[in-house]
Design a protein around this ligand. Structure first.
Ligand SMILES: *[C@@H]1O[C@H](CO)[C@@H](O)[C@H](O)[C@H]1NC(C)=O
Ligand SMILES: [Mg+2]
Length: 259
């Protein structure tokens, strides 16, 4: 099962297969005690309805995937539906971009979030689990530092097409400033070879929400003459606030919530 999922993941995201045993992820959902210490059990919850609620920003402020939806989310992320859903988003974004008559003055920019938008941390989550506290800052930071996150293929495809339309790309990420070089290297390795700006979260924003930080950085872009024609992210906090851009595109992500 684990091998099957790994091969599937390798195929779907185009990640390279490591040669040693350690690189084979564990089962997609780690077992948790049946006693349910996490206490986020919701009786009769439809996981599809929950995911829809997350994507529509009706379910907000959640800390972990509900216990009974861990397996559902794992299969959604590693199966075909996540990719199909991502494809619809990217296709709509491309249709929109193609419909514009851009000035090609170098001022039209498309803002991309990085994690779960341009790059995918799915290998990390497949290894560590989708449910009970999958977010471990130490382990996640180690994964980021390895710089091995593959591209979300649909986003990479959109990125290339936007560049060919004469759009500039800005990456705006919640990753901290000290991860700049590893992030830049990972982007290049994944196929994102150029950008107008790579904006990481500086220390002046410590303790500030993603909405505040990203709004403020987008405002700076607008003030310096850039026109944000499109903005794409996996979190609503990438897309809400000020100077959000002429259109926003929400990439699916039922794995975690960032305000
Ligand atoms: C974006 O929105 C602004 C403000 O509404 C508008 O002036 C501009 O024409 C729009 N640009 C595009 C490319 O739609
Ligand atoms: Mg993200």
């Amino acid at each position: 099962m684990a091998l099957f999922l790994f091969l599937f993941l390798a195929t779907t995201l185009g990640i390279s297969q490591g040669s040693d045993q350690d690189t084979v992820p564990h089962k997609i959902h780690l077992l948790r005690p049946q006693s349910g210490a996490a206490g986020n059990h919701v009786p009769g919850l439809s996981c599809l309805s929950w995911r829809l609620g997350v994507e529509t920003n009706n379910v907000v402020g959640w800390i972990t995937v509900p216990e009974e939806c861990e397996e559902y989310v794992g299969h959604y992320m590693l199966g075909h539906q996540y990719r199909k859903d991502s494809r619809v988003v990217a296709n709509q974004a491309l249709l929109y971009a193609q419909s514009l008559s851009l000035a090609r003055d170098g001022k039209d920019v498309w803002v991309f979030d990085i994690d779960e938008t341009a790059l995918s941390n799915l290998p990390y989550y497949a290894h560590h689990g989708f449910g009970v506290e999958p977010y471990n800052p130490t382990l996640f930071s180690k994964w980021v530092t390895e710089g091995k996150a593959p591209a979300l293929p649909e986003t990479l495809n959109l990125y290339k097409k936007l560049l060919s339309l004469g759009t500039k790309v800005v990456f705006l990420t919640g990753r901290p400033e000290y991860q700049r070089s590893v992030t830049a290297n990972n982007l290049r390795k994944a196929g994102y070879h150029t950008w107008e700006k790579l904006i990481l979260k500086g220390s002046s924003y410590s303790g500030k929400s993603a909405v505040v930080y990203k709004s403020s950085e987008r405002k700076k872009l607008a003030m310096s003459g850039y026109k944000i024609i499109g903005n794409m992210g996996d979190q609503w906090s990438d897309l809400l606030g000020t100077d959000v851009g002429n259109r926003t595109f929400k990439v699916p992500d039922p794995m975690y919530y960032i305000s």
